[in-house]
Design a protein around this ligand. Structure first.
Ligand code: PAF
Length: 273
């Protein structure tokens, strides 16, 4: 497995890859969720490249950029064991310069949901993903559905800029308890982890209501809020796959999303219906 730290090293690695390349962009602190993306990329491509870069431009002032878990040694070992061909581990200086061009995520849809509390977050995500795509030139790129709005913003960018890469949204991996895996779960105490289960429980309750024939989004949202009474809810939302408001559920084109703080940790979860 090649570890590329500079643009030159990455380009050299990429040039040697004669075939399809699956790309898994991450911010490191790899867990089973990332591993499932890597496994899928390995199944569907001749080569796999993973990047582990904690991208500063997607963190707002006061967010957890400094505290964000950094586990380079363990990440490289996970990638090696998973049979990854190359890992890109750049520094901020490698990825960014002074007074650079910067991408704007769609102004309306990037300022809803996550964008309300994290304005500008998706500009940073799209900018770094565009840089990474241009360097890695992947055939397919793999993203977790847990970051539903991110998957939608990136898919939109690929469409808008005519990029030649296929975006593959992958199912969320959960603990047995139902808690969606996230690098930020590391911040939770045992008691907070227990309370955090309200997020997945509220989503499961929504699914149950839908299975029983309920279609009204207001009714489902208010039922979900009852289960979320012990966490600090930021939003509960039911949208179509393009993040438009919908008055009622259309199976095959709906995402139910929730974001909440548990203690000082901000968690998100969702289910695609
Ligand atoms: O989902 C993430 O880990 C990050 O937002 C990404 C896509 C790697 C961009 O920094």
């Amino acid at each position: 497995m090649v570890i590329a730290r500079t643009l030159h090293e990455l380009r050299e690695l990429r040039q040697k890859m004669n075939g399809t390349v699956g790309f898994v962009p991450t911010m490191g602190a790899l867990h089973e969720g990332h591993l499932s993306l890597i496994k899928r990329a390995k199944m569907e491509n001749e080569y796999v490249i993973v990047s582990t870069f904690v991208n500063p431009t997607q963190f707002l002032p006061g967010e957890d950029l400094d505290a964000y878990p950094r586990k380079e040694k363990a990440d490289l070992e996970i990638c090696r064991l998973a049979g990854v061909d190359g890992v890109f581990v750049p520094t901020e200086q490698v990825m960014y310069g002074e007074d650079e061009s910067y991408l704007c995520a769609p102004r309306i849809r990037s300022y809803t949901l996550e964008g309300i509390k994290r304005p500008g977050h998706f500009d940073g995500v799209l900018t770094v993903v565009m840089k990474l795509f241009n360097l890695v030139k992947p055939t397919k790129a793999y993203f977790g559905k847990k970051d539903a709005q991110q998957v939608m913003m990136i898919s939109q960018m690929v469409k808008d800029f005519f990029l030649d890469v296929e975006i593959v949204p992958c199912d969320t991996v959960r603990e047995k308890s139902g808690l969606a895996l996230s690098s930020r779960n590391a911040y939770l105490s045992a008691e907070e982890k227990e309370r955090a289960l309200a997020l997945s429980k509220s989503l499961h309750h929504a699914i149950k209501l839908i299975k029983n024939g309920e279609r009204d989004t207001d009714v489902i949202e208010s039922e979900m809020l009852k289960i979320l009474n012990d966490v600090d809810v930021e939003y509960v939302a039911i949208k179509d796959r393009l993040l438009n408001e919908v008055p009622s559920i259309t199976v095959g084109d709906t995402v139910i999303l929730v974001a909440a703080r548990v203690g000082s940790t901000r968690l998100i979860d969702n289910m695609w219906i």
